[in-house]
Design a protein around this ligand. Sequence first.
Ligand SMILES: Cc1cc2nc3c(=O)[nH]c(=O)nc-3n(C[C@H](O)[C@H](O)[C@H](O)COP(=O)(O)O)c2cc1C
Length: 406
Amino acid sequence: MTQVKRSRYFVVSYGDEQVVDLGAFLRGRVEMAQGTHISAVSSLTEAAHRVTAGDLDLLGRVSSHEWVARSRLAADNGVPEAAVDALAAAGLLISDADDPVLRRLRQREESLRSSQWHPCASFYHLMAKNPDGLNKDGGKLFDLASVAAGSQDATDAFVARYGLPPAPFHEARGDGETVRLPMIDQQGGLYRALASRRTVRSFDRGTPMRSEDLATLLYWVFGCHGHTTLSKGVPLLGKTSPSGGSLHPVEVYPLVRNVADIERGLYHYRLRDHSLARIRPLEEWEAEALAIGMAAGQDFAAAAHVLLLMTARFYRNFWKYRRNVRTHSVILQDVAHLSQTLYLVCADLGLGAFYAAHDGFFVDEALALDGVEESAVGLAGCGVRPSGGMDYALDFVPYTPGETEV
Ligand SMILES: Cc1cc2nc3c(=O)[nH]c(=O)nc-3n(C[C@H](O)[C@H](O)[C@H](O)COP(=O)(O)O)c2cc1C
């Protein structure tokens, strides 16, 4: 006897749509009427499913922790068993049936629960996987011409449509007192790196990156520099960037395209012994196609000497914070710190670096990640700067507070 229970990992939303007015249609006229569609997005199937008000009514009568016989549920709600099966196939009901698809959905629900995913966090992570929303088709999302310095047309058209953005300088309301601060000249390497940090999106394809630079970068951005013990059996690692709870759930997978003495391929950076563990070698075309796909269609990523794919081992963080909706954002904040550290180390080494949007579906598939235990959370790239001018770079001129007019 097949039993079912309700999944905890779906979100229901209502949308408006134009539908053919059936009354008018029966009178021989084609008229459109306003309709409502309901969809349920499941973290188990990673897809949106059309549902009816009747389906929601049925789902509302099923417990998420107690099994109920599929036949009884159908009979009690006056629906055919096939309607219950459709909800199970959509990941909205969990079924104990011995079917490979339903078993996979059941295991995913168990895995989300046991690794302490909050339903809202899992929904947010799913929706953010593709920068274009829940569209697994990929495709080119960014018009590079619109970000390239000097190409004003696209921006002008954008402003014409949406108006101006809020002003860049903000003055908070206060009692009117201001304290002018002195400009302190700072010379050290850190300040030079801060001043020269820039997003670089074009690279010298003819010159390989030095393996020493890759080693420096990985050690000083992602490497382990110290350790301590929180309590028996709970060692913590010390790194150059801070991490919520000192748990460092972020892993890095370098896609090495053009580095001297290191074969082109996809690797995992192993902190324990500061080594690159190869996942698989890559042909040149394959490395470039992967880079573009991972960077959500942004083709400058293909020229980067190394792409750095950041993933999170979620339970490393959720272990401490348990089923808490906020800690997903804590992990993203860890990524942001790593990104800035990466920019600064690259600036110090004289390398170009970028942080960019990623396609989570694409990266998870390329790295064979399940999206529950581990999933993509960030993407950066770096490499040798081109000797001539740089494409796609904003051209900032110096600014002196209180003197320069903007
Ligand atoms: C969270 C974040 C996301 C970004 N995403 C992209 C992106 O998808 N594509 C891109 O070309 N640049 C991306 N950037 C880089 C910004 O465009 C860049 O930082 C900005 O233009 C300012 O230039 P600067 O870094 O040289 O100061 C991103 C930066 C951040 C911090």
